[in-house]
Structure formats: structure tokens, C-alpha cells
Design a binder for this molecule. Structure first.
Ligand SMILES: [Zn+2]
Ligand SMILES: [Zn+2]
Length: 729
């Protein structure tokens, strides 16, 4: 209601009026008798209800209707032009018996009649049905308004005048039955139009309303989406949008409400003339007589539809308009795709000659756990503030991002999910405290000159790859993929692995360089992770950011990270992958054999040539992380009472003398074999799908082939161990 926006509204109304695109006309509109206002087609909701299909005798003809009370407003009967059953009646005025004595109705032939529905005859009530209104116009049938704006029968309804429309329905059926005018009644379930606000059954009524002849505006707005000047994401909504724009009807814009932009039209009290004006009128421009403004207001979407440019000072060519229009992205829910998005597209193109926005991202809607739309009246709304109080705003916000799967229209919010991301926030907080608590003596300039170790190179390469994945996902509006990449990286790579590795350098009695190097990597990676995560978890990231040793600005204005080609380190990822696999395998053995955490194990690695140097270098790390001392022996054979860990071409025999339980080991191997067989079957099936082999990038197909080969080698080793156990026992 600001002055600038009010000015834009009047300007648009006046322009469309001058262009002949706004008209005032008698028209059948959807009327809510409770809200006392017109509803646009979009504001009418359909509800399935049980009703009755009442077959009424009209002289020689019989027809079915769900609204017998509108019989009082009938001014015609209609049949299909090609329906031979009724050709003899077309064009005739029939005098037929009715509840108040005989009445005359004309029989017309119209394409709108479905000859296969009911008896193929319909009654025409132009005053109370949109289809009948059109038929009536085509055939010049008079309008009889028997139901008023209050939902009660009018004086024209004779003895039913003053009755509520539904009460009248019951009475008239009884009366017709008594007069023998009812042929039969069948139960009938059908969709009834109800007010979106109060669910009252809508009454179609004829009245004087203002309309936008919207077809002329719809065509360019449809074209802009078709040719990609406006991109709707996800693409699935384009079809819905197109269907609506192709079938658009005149848009009634007047509302009989108190609140809103008043229609800028004045009527002369002296000569009855009508004036559309951009400024308030105090006297009639024709005769100088007193004037009064139209009391109706505009549909709220009329002004909302101007939003992309009315907020920037339009119709003036302001610097804001020139800088920010067209806007880049509009983010909104699908429930207002037509109400708002389509209207902005139509108005934007018509009034500025440009699209109002280049991309429209349609997000999901949150439903309750049963999938119901949340509403105040249903009382099933989840209070976001409550979630935020309990789990934190960051956790709640992250949940919404993680649930925004493209193409999924509705999401259900489950408390456990929010709780899980609260734990994630805690994990990050604890990791940051660990980093910040171990920065004594940190000298970035010195640290930068040190050569990074394997784990450092690995985590730097991983944060770089994560940066790439997050950016790609954001660019295509896959907020869920971006969120989950960050979750995976921070929890399962940074916290699960790198932090554990760094502890050895920070706590150990090793050389000070190792400590400095770990500090440097931790700060670098944490800093980048915070910037990446900031849009998803703004509060915790800012809080941690402010404590990092850097030039203290807000993380909000720090540049969003970019992938740096130099940091991609496939060799480090491969080697660290081997270390992680080995440590995981050793930990699994410990776990399955129930070996106490304090016990240090010994193992012999029959190490393949390609792993020799790596195992030699990383043996201390493996020992620290898996409490297992490694001895290298390229020709080792599996000793009795040993467990086997297989990492690619290398076999590691864990000495279990005294602890081994052969039966348990046999079971473990069987499980492992089943798992590897499953991986092979899955990858093989993928490679057998022509669409995968043809469409996926060559390196991905190749990687899949390598994986199958590796897993086959692994399977052979596992099978050999299994045989060994059987032979040995
Ligand atoms: Zn209503
Ligand atoms: Zn006048």
C-alpha cells in the first residue's frame, strides 16, 4: 500500500483500460455468499461430495440435475445438435408443468451438451451456471436470477423466496415429487466448487465486474517459457504452466473487500459518466458534478503481479530498475505458480517488454508427518520456532535444504531428521573447538612453506572436490545434494579421518614441523568448510569463523570457495583410500573378534609391489589408528590362527594366536564374500545396461570396469582364505 506501489497499480489499470484490455461487464462469476466477494477460478477449490442426481420431467423430456433448486431460473433446455432423439424439439417453446403452474422454456441445440451424459438433455440456467451462461449468450436466452448474493432465494423464486438455497433444494424436490414431476433420483458423487478461504459452496452469479482480457497477455508469457527466456525449475512444472496459460479465461479483478487497492474509477453522480483516472478525482471531468469512487478493490494478485518492477520505482526509469530488472531468480512454492508467477510474467512482459526474472525455482512444500498440507484450521501445523528452540535454527534450516529433492512436490518433516542435523552441528562445533584449542605456536607463514603429508594432501583434495560438488549442485538447484555433500565431507572425511590423523601430530612427541603442518591444514580446511556451509548453517559458521585466526570479517561477505585445479590430488586420494580401507578392515576384525581396544595386534602384509612404498611410509599411521603393528613380507603365506584383511592386491594376515575363534572367522569371511559378490553383481548389471555405457562419461564407465576387476581379485583372495580355514580345521 506504499505510495510508489499504489501509483504503479493505477498506472497499470489505466494503461490496460486505454488499451482495451480491461473491461467492465455483466459476467457470471464465482461468488462466495459467506465472504461476500467474487472468487477467481483459481480461488475455487474442488471437493468431492455426495449428492443426488434428480431426474426431472419437462413435458415430453426428462433430464438429470444435481441442482434442482435452480430449476426456478431455467430459461431453456439444450440438446446436442446431432442428437436425433431430440431434433423434433429444437427451436420449439415448450409449455411444461412446474411447481408454480406451467412455464415456458425454449429448446436449443448446442455443442456444449454431452449427448452421452444422463438423458442427453440439460436445463439451461444462465444466471447460475457458467456453462449455461455461455449457452444462454449464444442463443439469446434471458437470465433469471433466483439466488441472491446472500445465498438465499430471490423474489423471482416465488413461494421459495427467502429460503436458503440448500433448504430450497429439499423443498422443491418434495414438491415436485408430490406433483409427479420426478422421474427418479440416483445417488451421485461429484466435485463441488468451494471457497478456498471458508469452504462455503460457491454460487455462480451474474454481476457487473471488472475483468482483464488476459489472453493477449498470456501468449507472450507462455512463449517466454517455451523459448527459455524464463526457465522454470524443475522442468516438470512447464507443462502445468503451459496447460494453464493455454486454457486461461478472463481474469475477474474486482473484489468486494475492504482491504486492497481501490479500483481507480470514479462515477459522476450528476450524469452517471464513468472515469478511469491515475489521480484522485474530486469533480466530474464532463460536467463538474460530484463524483464517487468505485467501492471495489483489486484482486491482491493484481498488485503482487507488478512486484518485480513496482518495487524498483516503475513507471519511472529509476537507477534501481535499470540495475536490478530483470531479476535473476524467483524462488517460490508451486501453490502460487499461477496466482503470482504467471501474473508477474504476463505483466512484466506487457509493461516493460522484458521478462521479470530469468529463472523460477519452484520449491517443495512442507507437509505434516501424514502428508497433509499444514493449516491453522486443521491444527496440524508444525511450528518452526519450536523446532528451532529445540534443535537450533541451523539444524532446522539444514533439514529443509537436505529435504529439497528436485521434482518432489511435498516433503514431510520428521523430528528425527532435524535431530540428526542438530548432531551434525554439534559435531562441527566440537571439531572447531578441537582445532581452535590446538593452535598454540601456529605460524601460518612458516607452515605454508612445509611440504604437506599424505593425509594433508588428501583432505585438501577432498575439500576441493567437495567445493566442486557443492557448486555444481547449487548451480542446478539441487540443494539436497549440496547439503549432503557437505555433511558427508565434514562428518565422514574431516572429522572421522583427518582429525584423528591430525591428533597424532598435535599430541604426539613428534617433530614440531608435523604439528605446524597439521595446524595449517586444519585451519585451511575448516575455514573453507565454513564458507561452503554458511548458506546452510549461517549461525554456527559465523560463530566459529569469528574465532579463526584471520582477518576477522564476517563469513557472510567472504567469497564462496571455488575449486582450484592445483589442489586436486588423485594420487593422494588413491593412497589415502588404501590406508582408510586397511584401517577400516583391521578395525572390523578387531570388532568382530571382540578384541579389547587396548590390545595392540601384529600383522604381516603380503604387500603387492604397487603398495610397497605406501605401506612402508604409512605403517606408523596404521599402527596408531588401528592399533596394529605391520610387518612387510611380499612372499608371506597365511599363518595358522590369523585373520585376513584384503586391500586390493595386498593381503594382510592379522595374528590372532590365542584369540582366534575359527567358527567366527569363517562366518566373517562368508559375509565378506557375499558383500563383494553383491558389489560385483551390481556393477556388472550397470555395465550391461546400454544406456549407462553409451551415456555416462568414458572415465566413469572405465572406473566401473576397473572396480569390477579389483573386486574380482579381492573375491579370489577371500575365497582362498575361506578354503584355508576349512583345510586348517
Ligand atoms: Zn468464502
Ligand atoms: Zn458528470
Amino acid at each position: 500500500m506504499d505510495e510508489g506501489l499504489s501509483r504503479a497499480v493505477r498506472e497499470v489499470f489505466a494503461r490496460l483500460w486505454e488499451e482495451g484490455l480491461i473491461v467492465r461487464d455483466d459476467y457470471i462469476v464465482n461468488w462466495c455468499p459467506r465472504c461476500q466477494t467474487v472468487l477467481a477460478d483459481l480461488e475455487v477449490e474442488r471437493e468431492e461430495r455426495d449428492g443426488e442426481f434428480v431426474y426431472i420431467k419437462y413435458g415430453p423430456l426428462t433430464l438429470g440435475t444435481v441442482r434442482p433448486e435452480t430449476k426456478l431460473g431455467d430459461t431453456g433446455l439444450a440438446v446436442h445438435p446431432k442428437d436425433a432423439r431430440y431434433t423434433q424439439f429444437v427451436g420449439r417453446d415448450l409449455e411444461v408443468a412446474s411447481v408454480d403452474g406451467p412455464v415456458t422454456v425454449r429448446v436449443v441445440a448446442d455443442e456444449a451438451v454431452d449427448p452421452d451424459f444422463g438423458t442427453g438433455v440439460i436445463k439451461v440456467t444462465p444466471g447460475h451456471d457458467p456453462v449455461d451462461f455461455e449457452i444462454g449468450r449464444r442463443h439469446g436466452l434471458p437470465i433469471r436470477t433466483v439466488i441472491g448474493f446472500d445465498g438465499k432465494m430471490t423474489a423471482l423464486a416465488g413461494r421459495y423466496a427467502g429460503l436458503d438455497r440448500f433448504e430450497c433444494r429439499r423443498r422443491i424436490v418434495d414438491d415436485m415429487r408430490a406433483l409427479g414431476l420426478i422421474d427418479r433420483i440416483e445417488p451421485y458423487r461429484h466435485a463441488v466448487g468451494v471457497c478456498y478461504r471458508c469452504k462455503t459452496v460457491v454460487e455462480p452469479l451474474v454481476s457487473k465486474q471488472w475483468f482483464v482480457l488476459v489472453k493477449a497477455l498470456a501468449e507472450p508469457a507462455l512463449k517466454a517459457v517455451r523459448d527459455g527466456r524464463i526457465r522454470i525449475i524443475p522442468r516438470g512444472w512447464v507443462k502445468t504452466y503451459a496447460h494453464w496459460m493455454e486454457n486461461i479465461r478472463n481474469w475477474p479483478i474486482s473484489r468486494q473487500l475492504w482491504w486492497g487497492h481501490r479500483i481507480p474509477v470514479w462515477y459522476c453522480d450528476a450524469d452517471g459518466s464513468m472515469h478511469v483516472s491515475r489521480t484522485d478525482l474530486t469533480a466530474c471531468p464532463h460536467c463538474g458534478g460530484p463524483v464517487h469512487q468505485d467501492t471495489d478493490v483489486l484482486d491482491t494478485w493484481f498488485s503482487s503481479g507488478l512486484w518485480p518492477f513496482s518495487t524498483l520505482g516503475w513507471p519511472d526509469q529509476t537507477p534501481e530498475l535499470q540495475t536490478f530488472y530483470p531479476t535473476s531468480v524467483l524462488v517460490t512454492g508451486y501453490d502460487i505458480l499461477f496466482f503470482w508467477v504467471a501474473r508477474m510474467a504476463m505483466f512484466g512482459l506487457h509493461l516493460t517488454g522484458q521478462v521479470p526474472f530469468r529463472e523460477v525455482y519452484i520449491h517443495t512444500l512442507v507437509r505434516d508427518a501424514e502428508g497433509q498440507k499444514m493449516s491453522k484450521t486443521r491444527g496440524n501445523a508444525v511450528d518452526p520456532l519450536q523446532f528451532m528452540d529445540t534443535y537450533g535454527t541451523d539444524a532446522f534450516r539444514f533439514t529443509l535444504a537436505a529435504l529439497s529433492v528436485p521434482g518432489v512436490r511435498d516433503i514431510r518433516i520428521a523430528e528425527e531428521r532435524v535431530e540428526g542435523y542438530r548432531n551434525f552441528a554439534n559435531k562441527l562445533w566440537n571439531a572447531a573447538r578441537f582445532v581452535l584449542g590446538n593452535l598454540d605456536g601456529y605460524a601460518p607463514a612458516v607452515a605454508r612453506a612445509l611440504a604437506p603429508g599424505l593425509a594433508d594432501r588428501w583432505i585438501l583434495s577432498r575439500v576441493n572436490a567437495t567445493t566442486h560438488a557443492v557448486r555444481l549442485a547449487l548451480r542446478s538447484y539441487r540443494f539436497n545434494d549440496a547439503a549432503l555433500s557437505l555433511y558427508q565431507f565434514i562428518w565422514h572425511e574431516l572429522c572421522d579421518w583427518y582429525l584423528e590423523v591430525a591428533k597424532l601430530s598435535l599430541y604426539g612427541a613428534g617433530e614440531p614441523e608435523a604439528r605446524l603442518r597439521a595446524q595449517h591444514t586444519l585451519v585451511t580446511v575448516l575455514e573453507q568448510a565454513l564458507r561452503l556451509l554458511h548458506p546452510f548453517m549461517p549461525f554456527i559458521t559465523e560463530e566459529i569463523w569469528q574465532q579463526l585466526p584471520h582477518r576477522g570479517e564476517s563469513v557472510m561477505v567472504a567469497p564462496y570457495p571455488r575449486r582450484r585445479a592445483a589442489l586436486a590430488d588423485p594420487a593422494a586420494e588413491r593412497d589415502m583410500g588404501v590406508v582408510i580401507e586397511l584401517v577400516t578392515a583391521l578395525r572390523n576384525i578387531r570388532g568382530e573378534m571382540g578384541i579389547a581396544p587396548g590390545v595392540t595386534l601384529s600383522a604381516t602384509a603380503r604387500v603387492a609391489d604397487e603398495h610397497a612404498a605406501l605401506f612402508q611410509d604409512q605403517a606408523p599411521l596404521v599402527e596408531a589408528l588401528a592399533r596394529t603393528r605391520l610387518t612387510m613380507d611380499p612372499t608371506a603365506v597365511r599363518p595358522p590362527s590369523s585373520a585376513l584383511a584384503v586391500v586390493g592386491p595386498t593381503a594382510v594376515y592379522v595374528d590372532l594366536a590365542g584369540v582366534i575363534d575359527l567358527a567366527a572367522e569363517r562366518q566373517r569371511l562368508d559375509r565378506e564374500i557375499a558383500k563383494v559378490e553383491e558389489v560385483i553383481a551390481f556393477a556388472t548389471a550397470k555395465l550391461e545396461r546400454p544406456e549407462f555405457v553409451e551415456r555416462a562419461p568414458a572415465e566413469i564407465v572405465e572406473r566401473e570396469r576397473v572396480r569390477v576387476a579389483e573386486q574380482r581379485a579381492r573375491l579370489e583372495k577371500l575365497a582362498a582364505s575361506r578354503r584355508w580355514i576349512d583345510d586348517g580345521s
